[in-house]
Design a protein around this ligand. Structure first.
Ligand code: ATP
Ligand code: MG
Length: 214
């Protein structure tokens, strides 16, 4: 049995066409079913639904053989124990710094001010500001980062941006692009060896499908 860990929403939706290319069809809709284990048309393949941030943990410890997870989540997790064979080029967005439109970020940085930065992505934010030589106090949040500068909790946020509409709706502007983000396939290292015969064809089909999309 091969177990694939996915999170509900965009990662699940955007992985479906890749699974189809591998001849795998998920038999239940996670938006209507309450099940956390979903059968597929292949008796030897199942999908488990976990929180986006839990996907690397499931795959690292063998709760799942394979998983799909954002580069953001992988960096924060550390990626230890995971084989990362493919950038699936799905769930594409970017990690950025944003501030209220009336905050002069450039001069704050120039003057060497200490910045209060709210984010769910403390590893990425810490490394980014350290590389710029900017001193920051990081405030760890688990969601709704946009609210932090509006309430005085922080001067800036580090968050994922795709269209920029959420920032705009909250009077925030993007002032730095830290990195491009997309989702990757991750594989449990032991499973890759022990279940090669089942995993290899899935990797090959995903890889061919990505090339066609490119
Ligand atoms: P949860 O809702 O369980 O707390 P989450 O909010 O991190 O988790 P999603 O918002 O579905 O879950 O994000 C999952 C992954 O999708 C992220 O880790 C990121 O790689 C990617 N992602 C997030 N936001 C966007 C976006 N606006 N556009 C494209 N991809 C995105
Ligand atoms: Mg979410």
């Amino acid at each position: 049995m091969i177990t694939l860990a996915l999170s509900k929403g965009r990662i699940f939706d955007e992985t479906l066409p890749l699974l189809a290319a591998a001849g795998i069809e998920v038999l239940e809709d996670p938006e209507t079913s309450r099940k956390l284990i979903l059968a597929t048309n292949q008796p030897g393949v199942r999908v488990v639904l976990v929180r986006a941030t839990d996907v690397p943990t499931y795959v690292e410890y063998g709760g799942a053989d394979l998983g799909v997870t954002g580069r953001d989540t992988l960096i924060e997790h550390g990626g230890q124990g995971l084989y990362q064979p493919l950038d699936l080029k799905i769930a594409q967005c970017r990690m950025s710094v944003a501030v209220p439109s009336d905050f002069d970020y450039a001069s704050a940085v120039r003057q060497g001010s200490r910045l209060k930065v709210a984010t769910k992505y403390t590893t990425i934010a810490r490394e980014f500001f350290a590389s710029k030589g900017v001193h920051v106090d990081l405030i760890k949040l688990y969601g709704s980062m946009e609210l932090a500068p509006l309430t005085g909790l922080a001067d800036a946020i580090v968050d994922l941006v795709s269209t920029g509409k959420t920032l705009q709706a909250n009077n925030l502007v993007e002032v730095e692009r830290i990195m491009d983000i997309s989702s990757r396939l991750v594989v449990n290292q032991a499973a890759l060896k022990l279940k090669q015969a089942a995993i290899r064809p899935i990797l090959d089909a995903f890889s061919n499908a990505i090339e066609k999309n490119a």
